[in-house]
Design a protein around this ligand. Structure first.
Ligand code: AMP
Ligand code: MG
Length: 401
C-alpha cells in the first residue's frame, strides 16, 4: 500500500494546468482568471448623484434653511447642458450626471418643492461633495483591477461588465469523459436479469464533475473485455481533456481497465492506504490524464473526491492551497470505532454547525462501500487516522463536501 499523500502527489504530477482561452462572461463563473484586467475606463465614468434630490452649490445652502430656484429636472441617463448658478438648484435623480456649477446633492427628504415646481426649500446645509460619486472613485483608467489567479465570482463578472468586457481569458472548464465498466451493469430502467445491477456511478461522477466546474461527457457503459475497454479509452482521450472510469481496477479476474491502461498508457496501479477506495489506477494516455476509479459506488465517489477533484482543480488553474478541501476540526457526537489496519478511514457523516460555533458529527448510516445512500446523505467525510477511532466528545477532522 502507498500513502494517500504519495498517491495524490503522483496523480497531481500527471496533470498540467490547462491552456487559457477566452469565454463569455456568462460561462466564466467560478473559473480562474488567466489575464491581468487593466481598466480602460473610469468607474463610475462621470461624477453623478448618489441620491434623488437636488444638485446645488454647497455655498448656497450653507445658511439653510434657504429657498433656491429650480432650473430643471434631470433623470439618470440624461445630461444637462446649463450650469447651476448662484441661488439655483437642479432636480436630479440617482445616477444622473452632476451638472456644472453644482458641487453637492441634497437628498429629497431634506427639501420641499413648491406647488408650481419653480422653487425648492432646502432645510439643511450639506458639505461640498456631499452625495456626489466622483468619476473613477471605484476604478481609475490604467488601474490593475484583477490579477491572474482570481477565482471569478458574481462580483468580478459585474466589474468586467462595468468595464465593457463581454468575455474574459480564463483556464477553461476541462471536458472530462466518464465511462462505467462492468458486465453486470445495465442502463436506466431496463428489467434486471439475474446478476445485473443498474449503473449508478456514471451519474454520480458526471454530477461531481459538474460540481467541480468541469464539463462531464457521458461516454456510456463498456463491457469487461480488453478490446472494448481499449477502444473506449482511445476514443475518449481523443475528445476529452481528462477521463474518469469506474470499475475494473481491483483484484478481480475481469478487471481489465488497469490492464489496458498499463498497455496503452503511462500508468500506475496503486493500492492506497485508505478506506474506502483502496484501488486506484492513474496514468496518461496520449498525454490525457485517466483516473481509473474503483467500482463500488461509495469508493468511486471518495476516490473522485480525494484524487480526481484536486487534479482537475490543478488543471483549472486553482492555487495549490485550493486543490484540496481544508480540513475542519469537529466534535464527535457519537463514537467512531475502527480498528488498526494501516489505512486512513473516511467515514460518511452528517455535520452540523452547533451553537458552540463548532461542527458536530454523527454517522450518515451504513459505512460499507456499497452504502451509497449514506454517502448521498453525508455532508462530510470524517477523517479517521489509523488507530482505534474517536470516543464521544473527541475531536475529528472533516472534509466538508
Ligand atoms: P469493480 O471495481 O469493477 O470490481 O466493482 C466493484 C463493485 O462495484 C461491484 O460490486 C460492482 O458491481 C460495483 N459497480 C461497478 N461499477 C458500478 C457502477 N457503474 N454502478 C454501480 N455499481 C458498480
Ligand atoms: Mg467490475
Amino acid at each position: 500500500m502507498i500513502s494517500l499523500e504519495d498517491a495524490r502527489e503522483y496523480v497531481l504530477a500527471g496533470c498540467r494546468v490547462s491552456t487559457p482561452s477566452v469565454v463569455a462572461l456568462r460561462a466564466a463563473l467560478g473559473l480562474v482568471l488567466a489575464e491581468e484586467v487593466v481598466a480602460t475606463e473610469s468607474i463610475p465614468p462621470f461624477a453623478n448623484t448618489a441620491v434623488d434630490g437636488f444638485a446645488v452649490r454647497s455655498a448656497d445652502v450653507a445658511a439653510a434653511p434657504v429657498t433656491l430656484r429650480v432650473i430643471g429636472t434631470l433623470a439618470a441617463g440624461a445630461a444637462f447642458a446649463h450650469p447651476v448658478g448662484a441661488g439655483e438648484a437642479l432636480r436630479i435623480m440617482t445616477g444622473a450626471p452632476m451638472p456644472n456649477g453644482a458641487d453637492a446633492a441634497v437628498m429629497v427628504e431634506l427639501t420641499e418643492l413648491s406647488a408650481d415646481g419653480t422653487t425648492v426649500h432646502v432645510s439643511r446645509s450639506v458639505e461640498p461633495g456631499a452625495s456626489v460619486r466622483n468619476a473613477g472613485e471605484d476604478v481609475r483608467p490604467g488601474q490593475l483591477v484583477f490579477s491572474p489567479g482570481v477565482v471569478l465570482s458574481a462580483g468580478h463578472l459585474g466589474v468586467l461588465a462595468s468595464l465593457g468586457r463581454l468575455s474574459v481569458l480564463v483556464h477553461p472548464r476541462p471536458r472530462v469523459g466518464v465511462i462505467s465498466t462492468g458486465d453486470e451493469l445495465i442502463e436506466g430502467d431496463q428489467p434486471l436479469l439475474p446478476g445485473q445491477i443498474r449503473d449508478s456511478n456514471r451519474h454520480t461522477l458526471l454530477a461531481m464533475l459538474d460540481q467541480s466546474g468541469c464539463v462531464g461527457v457521458d461516454l456510456g457503459l463498456v463491457r469487461d473485455n480488453e478490446a472494448d475497454i481499449t477502444a473506449a479509452i482511445e476514443r475518449a482521450v481523443g475528445q476529452c481533456d481528462a477521463l474518469v472510469t469506474s470499475g475494473g481496477v481491483s483484484m478481480g479476474a475481469f478487471d481489465y481497465v488497469k490492464v489496458v491502461l498499463d498497455r496503452i498508457g503511462d500508468m500506475r496501479w496503486m493500492q492506497v492506504a485508505i478506506k474506502p477506495a483502496k484501488p486506484l489506477a492513474f496514468g496518461t494516455v496520449q498525454g490525457v490524464p485517466v483516473f481509473g476509479l474503483p467500482g463500488n459506488p461509495v469508493s468511486s465517489m471518495v476516490s473522485y473526491e480525494l484524487f480526481a477533484r484536486p487534479a482537475l482543480r490543478k488543471m483549472m488553474g486553482f492555487a495549490p492551497r485550493a486543490w484540496m478541501r481544508a480540513p475542519v476540526r469537529a466534535v464527535a457526537d457519537e463514537a467512531f470505532v475502527r480498528r488498526l489496519d494501516g489505512k486512513v478511514h473516511f467515514n460518511r457523516v452528517i455535520a452540523t454547525l452547533e451553537g458552540d460555533g463548532r461542527y458536530h458529527v454523527r454517522s450518515a448510516g451504513g459505512q460499507g462501500s456499497h452504502h451509497l445512500t449514506a454517502m448521498a446523505n453525508a455532508s462530510a467525510l470524517a477523517v479517521l487516522p489509523d488507530g482505534v477511532g474517536v470516543a464521544v466528545g473527541g475531536n475529528v477532522d472533516l472534509l466538508l463536501l
